[in-house]
Design a binder for this molecule. Structure first.
Ligand SMILES: Cc1ncc(COP(=O)(O)O)c(C=O)c1O
Length: 411
């Protein structure tokens, strides 16, 4: 039998009666939109994460969009983030007319590098790309009228100078960022923190969920995520009651006192009640699944010790990953290809997150970044690959995967 990359069937076999009971309850009461399961889920997940408020919504992307809208993010705002992430993280910044400003990552954690973050903020404040690579819009601010013109792919007219407003940190593959290093930098600069915890729901940093760490945090319940529903879903978390009220309004077309009182531009970004019922059922086994994911990752690390020039992910004493992915590094692109050949021969699936950093993607070409601007992200994209990872991965299958990686690594 083939080894699945993610095994939702084994998970369903454990909770099928709970899922069906939950869905039956929704079918019986018929409140398919904003039914009682939505508030139940929000309460349960807020308390699970230790956040004051949780707001269920239509996807992880919409959660990020809502969080940025709640801060009135728009043209002229610079939002710092990593180029080594799923496109949604930077896409939402650009959709609102703000400018993504990329900061390179740490090669061990794959998360934003706090030292580079400091440099990027300094470069933005002084509009000096010699301090750190900046988007052309920020460089244009040095000499108005003399900077590069915005190419036609840029969705909004440039508004120089750019003002740094906040950071979207991404806890890549489930591992929380180094928040003790990041937070003082943001505090000193008066910037907000939005945690993109799409991959790290269930992880912890010094015992605290990253969903309780930022001014706002967002997660995704896409089926492949550590906690996934059976469609699209997401959630915003905040300890700020006023911000939560704005998020509630934005989720439903910027509504005010009632449905036909519209006080701001918003979205239709509600979560379906059926998805909330699925998530409630899955929460009954979720903490155990996080432990299982950690043990699968530990076993992989042990098994892969014999692989040649394969760098396995690190475990940290101060944080526990949710292991959304188990990602390793080959020596280089050719070495990675040799491993893929053996994985393919053995019908073992793999994935590359992410084959091209965002600053080199066509969609962000209008920012004017170049190859070489974020060398760590660029190198990682050539060396990284992810192996099957889920809580139900048997040791025998892990051994099969590891054997193939070891063989490929020695070619
Ligand atoms: C880091 C990151 N941010 C945002 C998202 C967007 O989440 P969704 O697919 O639920 O819109 C994802 C999903 O893959 C992600 O991995």
């Amino acid at each position: 039998m083939n080894i699945p990359f993610i095994d939702l069937k084994s998970q369903y076999a454990r909770i099928d009666s709970r899922v069906r009971e939950g869905l039956d309850r929704v079918l019986a009461h018929g409140a398919y939109v904003m039914g009682p399961e939505i508030a139940e889920l929000e309460n349960e997940l807020a308390s699970f994460c230790g956040a004051k408020h949780a707001l269920a919504c239509s996807s992880g992307t919409d959660a990020l969009l809502l969080a940025l809208m709640a801060r009135n993010t728009g043209p002229g705002d610079a939002v710092l983030t990593t180029p080594f992430t799923f496109c949604a993280t930077a896409e939402v910044i650009a959709l609102l007319g703000a400018t993504p400003v990329f900061v390179d990552i740490d090669p061990v954690t794959f998360n934003i590098d706090p030292d580079r973050l400091k440099q990027a903020i300094q470069a933005l404040r002084s509009a000096d790309p010699d301090v750190y690579p900046l988007p052309s819009q920020a460089k244009a601010a040095v000499a108005p009228g003399k900077g590069p013109h915005a190419p036609s792919s840029m969705p909004y007219a440039p508004h120089a100078p750019l003002v740094p407003k906040g950071l979207i940190s991404v806890d890549l593959f489930g591992l929380p960022c180094d928040y003790d290093a990041i937070n003082p930098i943001l505090e000193e600069e008066g910037l907000w923190l939005l945690v993109d915890a799409a991959q790290s729901f269930g992880s912890s940093y010094k015992g605290i969920s990253p969903c309780a760490l930022g001014d706002t945090a967002c997660t995704s319940f896409f089926p492949a995520k550590p906690l996934g529903c059976y469609g699209d879903g997401g959630m915003c978390f905040t300890n700020d009651t006023r911000l939560h009220q704005v998020l509630e309004s934005l989720r439903v077309h910027g509504q005010g006192k009632n449905r036909y009182d519209n006080v701001r531009l918003g979205l239709n970004a509600r979560m379906d009640t059926m998805q909330a019922a699925v998530l409630l059922a899955k929460m009954s086994i979720f903490p155990e699944e996080i432990e299982l994911r950690n043990s699968v990752a530990g076993t992989y690390n042990d098994l892969l010790q014999e692989a040649r020039d394969i760098t396995v992910p690190s475990f940290f004493r101060d944080r526990q990953s949710a292991w959304a992915q188990y990602s390793v590094l080959a020596r280089d692109r050719k070495h990675r290809r040799a491993v893929f050949d053996i994985l393919q021969e053995n019908n073992i699936p793999w994935s590359v997150y992410y084959p091209l950093p965002l600053h080199l993607q066509d969609v962000f070409s209008y920012l004017g970044y170049s190859s070489g601007d974020f060398p760590v992200s660029e190198e990682m994209s050539e060396r990284i690959f992810s192996l099957p990872m889920h809580p139900y991965l048997e040791q025998s299958n892990q051994e099969k995967v590891a054997r193939a990686v070891i063989e490929g690594s020695r070619r």
